[in-house]
Design a protein around this ligand. Structure first.
Ligand SMILES: Cc1cc2nc3c(=O)[nH]c(=O)nc-3n(C[C@H](O)[C@H](O)[C@H](O)COP(=O)(O)OP(=O)(O)OC[C@H]3O[C@@H](n4cnc5c(N)ncnc54)[C@H](O)[C@@H]3O)c2cc1C
Length: 417
């Protein structure tokens, strides 16, 4: 989707290279793109004619099993992180596609299969090492540079290059109860209404449940109820019974599985190399009118590959004080993301238009807020609502830590004047 040619790519091996790269780019007035896992929907981690600070070689991860913490370099992806932490039966909330970088996902918030039990990824961040625009190296945590630490937890990579993250881990798996139940697309409305009731009835925190419209490889688009239960398996069977006994599923793929398999569940549907365009936003409810919009647009998508995932901010993630971190938009339980996917560049216009029209139809029912990590390249006017009530404080921090807006390829915050 973003076919760009930077002038230089610094393949950093550690913080010393990052400091050198930032100083070089600043002194030579080069535009900087910071690349973690390269999953940015707006293509922010690559630029034309500028300088890419590429962290993808920095994948070192150290787990402390007794303290239940992990320190990970910023080029790691969730597949790397889960591999190391699950060796000790530990995990923290990460993304639902294993190829996603820990860096960009953490800096924007982090929604994932453990969020109802353990909060968002930012809620599990203990400390971060950061290289600022002036080349200074700082550690930000609850005792050092606390203001920066607050801003890093949801501020979308605006303040500097994070070279490593330290996370709180939790006992998870290695076997969890997860997977999905699939229904014919014709049952889309019934499935979404059931999902609404199920999520509003108050499922235990151990369960994080999404609804979606996915394309099994080679098959027709299906409605899906997807979940992860991270508590005791026998209790989990009771909790998910309602999910598997609703209607007449095409396939019941719920069951015990390794947590690492749950973390790869959507990988096949989102391969690298396709063209992607997304629209996302928070919804306060899944009203019948909203359900009708989902059913209408999913049935008319121009590309069979396109998908929708209704993520949630429930349980522990919704109970964190919205001012405790820069991730303020916690009052909306549903965070749908429309993922338009196609292969032929000649089909870009029709597929982008589908996602835009879909979102436009949902917008009247939205809470006006959006998850910063789900913003697209044409969502400039929605950035403020991505930060919600945190925007003013973030703009002051931007002035303090990056007054010249050196780091601007991100959901950009304007430094206060
Ligand atoms: C297939 C797919 C699945 C996804 N699933 C989820 C999900 O389940 N949950 C969820 O919360 N989000 C999800 N996302 C959204 C995801 O969180 C964002 O796309 C995120 O920005 C990706 O981070 P990255 O490091 O891979 O991307 P990159 O493209 O490398 O970076 C994204 C942004 O972060 C900045 N950045 C990257 N590394 C650093 C760093 N070390 N220091 C400072 N800034 C940095 C970049 O400059 C860029 O602005 C998904 C995205 C995709 C494409």
């Amino acid at each position: 989707m973003f076919d760009r040619r930077p002038a230089l790519i610094a393949r950093c091996a550690g913080p010393a290279d990052v400091i050198a790269a930032v100083n070089f780019a600043r002194e030579n007035r080069l535009q900087v793109a910071v690349r973690g896992g390269a999953h940015s929907f707006p293509g922010h981690s690559i630029c034309d004619g500028g300088f890419v600070v590429d962290l993808s070689l920095m994948k070192g991860i150290r787990v402390d099993p007794s303290a239940r913490t992990a320190r990970a370099q910023a080029g790691a992806k969730w597949i790397d992180f889960d591999h190391e932490t699950q060796a000790f039966g530990l995990a923290t909330t990460g993304g639902t596609a294993s190829d996603t970088g820990i860096a960009g996902l953490t800096l924007g918030g982090g929604l994932g299969w453990l969020s109802s039990k353990y909060g968002l990824t930012v809620d599990n961040l203990i400390s971060a090492d950061v290289v600022l625009a002036d080349g200074r190296f700082l550690t930000a945590n609850s005792t050092q540079n606390q203001d920066l630490f607050w801003g890093l937890r949801g501020g979308g990579g605006n303040f500097g290059v994070v070279t490593s993250f330290e996370y709180q881990l939790h006992a998870v798996g290695p076997t969890i109860l997860g997977g999905m139940v699939l229904y014919p697309l014709a049952k889309a409305k019934e499935v979404l209404r059931f999902y609404r009731e199920f999520t509003q009835k108050g499922a235990p925190d151990e369960l994080t449940a999404y609804a979606g419209f996915l394309n099994p490889p080679g098959g027709d688009t299906v409605a899906a109820l997807i979940c992860c239960y991270c508590g005791p398996l026998d209790k989990g069977e009771e909790v998910v019974r309602a999910l598997r006994s609703f209607g007449s599923p095409l396939q019941d793929l719920l069951g015990s599985m390794p947590y690492t398999a749950q973390q790869c569940l959507t990988d096949a549907a989102l391969p690298a190399g396709s063209h992607y365009y997304t629209k996302g936003g928070f919804l306060p409810d899944l009203t019948d009118q909203t359900v009708d919009v989902f059913a209408e647009y999913v049935a008319t998508k121009p590309s069979a590959l396109s998908a929708v995932l209704i993520q949630t901010v429930c349980g522990a993630a919704s109970r964190v004080d919205p001012q405790a971190t820069a991730f303020a938009n916690r009052e909306f339980p549903y965070a749908p993301v429309i993922v338009s996917q196609w292969l032929d560049p000649a089909e870009s216009e029709v597929n982008v238009r589908w996602a835009r029209d879909f979102w436009k139809a949902l917008q009247p029912f939205s809470g006006g807020a959006v998850y910063v990590n789900d913003l697209s390249h044409d969502d400039e006017d929605r950035i403020r609502s991505g930060y919600g009530a945190s925007y003013g404080r973030l703009a002051s921090l931007k002035k303090k830590y990056d007054p010249d807006n050196f780091f601007r390829l991100n959901p950009n915050i304007t430094p206060t004047q």
